[in-house]
Design a protein around this ligand. Sequence first.
Ligand code: FES
Length: 575
Amino acid sequence: MGSMPAPLRSDAWYAGQDRNSYIHRAWMRRGAPDSAFEGRPQIAIANTASDLTPCNMHLTEVARSVANGIWEAGGVPLELPVVSLGETQVRPTAMLWRNMAAMAIEEMIRANPIDGVVLLGGCDKTIPSLLMGAASVDLPALVVPGGPMLTGTFRGVPLGCGTDVWRLSEEVRAGTLSNRDFQASQSAMIRSKGHCNTMGTASTMGLLAEVLGTTLPGTAGLPAPDSRLAAQAHESGRLAVEMVREGRRPSQIITKASFHNAIVALGALGGSTNAVVHLLAIAGRLGVPLTLDEIDRAGHGIPLLVDLQPAGRHLMEDFHRAGGLTAVLREISDLLDLDALTVTGRPLGEYLSDATIHDTEVIRPRSDPMMADAGIAVLRGDLAPDGAIIKPAAATAALLQHRGRAVVFDSVEDLHHRIDDPALDVDADSVLVLRGCGPRGYPGMPEVANLPLPRKLLQQGVRDMVRVCDGRMSGTAYGTVVLHVAPEGAAGGPLAKVRDGDPIVLDVEGRRIDVDVPAAEFAAREPAPAMVAALARPTRGWEKLYVDTVRGAETGADLDFLVGGSGDRVARDSH
Ligand code: FES
């Protein structure tokens, strides 16, 4: 065991011979050796394992490997169960609870006698909430992503979690697949422990955690059942002790350069649009200035190199076999800031020299990208003065410049009620508009922006249309979807004033989304009464706090009083 800087933060609980230190030691002893309280780093393992978060159920096994590494390096591991969010189970949407999870994680890290923390996450909101909370405390911290599940196949065909649910369910609605066959595919969809195996939000955020510098390089993307994940988890435990010893904190690692790298990587990976709100929120916690315009600039001209669903064909197991994250980063190394630090204290660039692409069908070389310019595009215009985004890699190229008349839905319920109505006045060129689904309006900004196409158009063979929404879409989804429109309808954004038949003009190359209605006429309109009537009006509890204080999507949809950090100091002892 190496020498530790004195005092450790945890000494404020354990050192000394007074009554309080007696209490702190005595209640924590429970078989631990005397030396556990004598200058050994106390490392929390913030664990989002939960039976109600199936993607993270295995993290308790991962925690054991982390704990072994912590003991081995001279620290003391302390498992800390934290708020967990199961993306497919939590209502009304897991995003409503991301900030609550982050706040609880922040407070529990700060309140407890710990010197550093290992963050175990997987399912969509878990890694963002862990990083947001840890950033606001700024104790030494690193992430161990739980990893994707293995590929399941149905009748010989690989199934991508999420993406194939959307695809197959639309086939049922189009009448080209029986509901019996659709239901039969269910048991093949989730083959093993781990999170969704597409390049959805969980995969994206695990990989971006590594690009940000917050994981032991070489960890993100390891499939959940892979024994190499256990080995990396063990090493991560050792590293956490070293980070405490050397005082290496998130604020030294997650910098402007890290965010630049994450945005570039997001484009090359074809990652989830959800990464935009999560990166903005994490940056806000650290006081790193990051804007939508910078995301557009850094993401401009980034080639898409990864042929994974939803933008392509393959799945995360293939991605790992093909060389994984470091192979992609090496291809775009000229676009990265290679000096950005990682949790090891070494720069990101040091970990790329041995990286190799093993399968160019899955990870394309720079000379043969899937798409030349694939970064997230940020749009502005009459409909989105504060910004909106689109993922061109998941869109239909022919629709990226489009003009069509609006067909407007005032709520998710209105959408479900009318979308399949044979009398709905809609054609393939129409632009479907869904509003009242922003952070404040729903509340929680649900993943509904990839609204289903009208059945009658599906039956005519239509498979994509331009859609515009102030909500989010699943990272596993695809389509020509303009989302995160800000200000949201509930905050008085222009989306609230659009009417059926208004011409909507999308120009992705020009970065515009406009409504072609005379400005004076549009300005004179009131927000649609049906949308206003459908908005959430919580009167108590978290939902009220959330609706009263949530910021817009363009800044990451954090609560206004959670932006920034409070450090690790606790002003008063536990009396
Ligand atoms: Fe958990 Fe997809 S539902 S990652």
